[in-house]
Design a protein around this ligand. Structure first.
Ligand SMILES: Cc1cc2nc3c(=O)[nH]c(=O)nc-3n(C[C@H](O)[C@H](O)[C@H](O)COP(=O)(O)O)c2cc1C
Length: 230
């Protein structure tokens, strides 16, 4: 990882190989595939396997979503990393009711022992593993600092903190005030949510954040990576 890493966020319907390549050429240090369901990968579902392909060898993390370590193991036994593959990223941020009902996405933030098992399953195969999380499933979980428990307890290479809880919409402002306490855990923290300016990047760097993940602003203008790294 660079001194300060600029990452393209995983975005369903956007972060296909062509878009990832454009953002990489425009200065993103690393990119993410959109989330792929572990259960579908384990079944060998063709369209899901397509989502995690890395046809152009640019630095790419594969994002996966799910909570069944047996299915994860089944998939990993068949998985062969392509050139450009940097590691797996576990999605603990998806707020869709369908995911939450099944204890997945941001409902996983409080299921620490389950997340530890998922991380260990990936580590057993010697692949790097990171986590992308929200601040909790709702305001109550944010208040209880569920996200800090998870960051403290789980041994992942880095944590991308999307500074909203699961009930907040993208139009609700991201809460930049949480990053300082995240950094105090001494884990590697990447900030995400509403990052669009060099001033924000400078302020994140000054408190010890190790990278910024950019989503919607990159869809509007992939050259944002060049602008932010100048
Ligand atoms: C259209 C769309 C699709 C998304 N798909 C995913 C996804 O597959 N996995 C994920 O972790 N987050 C997903 N997100 C959330 C983004 O990765 C990011 O956390 C969010 O947009 C906040 O960052 P931003 O303010 O820079 O856009 C998606 C967001 C959008 C707008």
């Amino acid at each position: 990882m660079n001194n300060f890493e600029l990452m393209l966020a995983p975005m369903e319907g956007h972060t296909n190989p062509a878009f990832r390549e454009i953002c990489y050429e425009k200065g993103a240090d690393s990119t993410f595939t959109e989330m792929a369901r572990i259960s579908a990968l384990a079944r060998g579902n063709k369209s899901t396997l397509e989502k995690i392909k890395i046809p152009n060898p640019i630095p790419t993390y594969i994002q996966i979503v799910g909570a069944n370590e047996k299915e994860l193991e089944k998939f990993l036994q068949k998985f062969t990393p392509e050139k450009g593959f940097l590691g797996f990223n576990l999605n603990l941020g998806c707020p869709s009711p369908d995911m939450i009902q099944r204890g997945l996405g941001c409902a996983l933030i409080k299921r620490i022992s389950k997340v530890k098992k998922m991380v260990q399953t990936i580590r057993n195969h010697n692949y790097p593993v990171s986590i992308k999380l929200r601040l909790g499933m709702n305001a109550f979980e944010k208040e209880k600092k569920t996200y800090l428990n998870l960051i403290n307890e789980v041994d992942a290479d880095f944590f991308i903190v999307h500074a909203r809880h699961g009930k907040e919409k993208n139009k609700d402002p991201a809460d930049f005030s949480v990053y300082e306490e995240c950094v105090k855990t001494n884990k590697v923290i990447i900030a995400n949510g509403d990052i669009t300016t060099k001033e924000q990047i400078a302020s994140l760097k000054s408190i010890g954040i190790k990278g910024a993940m950019i989503g919607r602003a990159a869809v509007k203008n992939p050259a944002i990576f060049e602008e932010l790294s100048k």
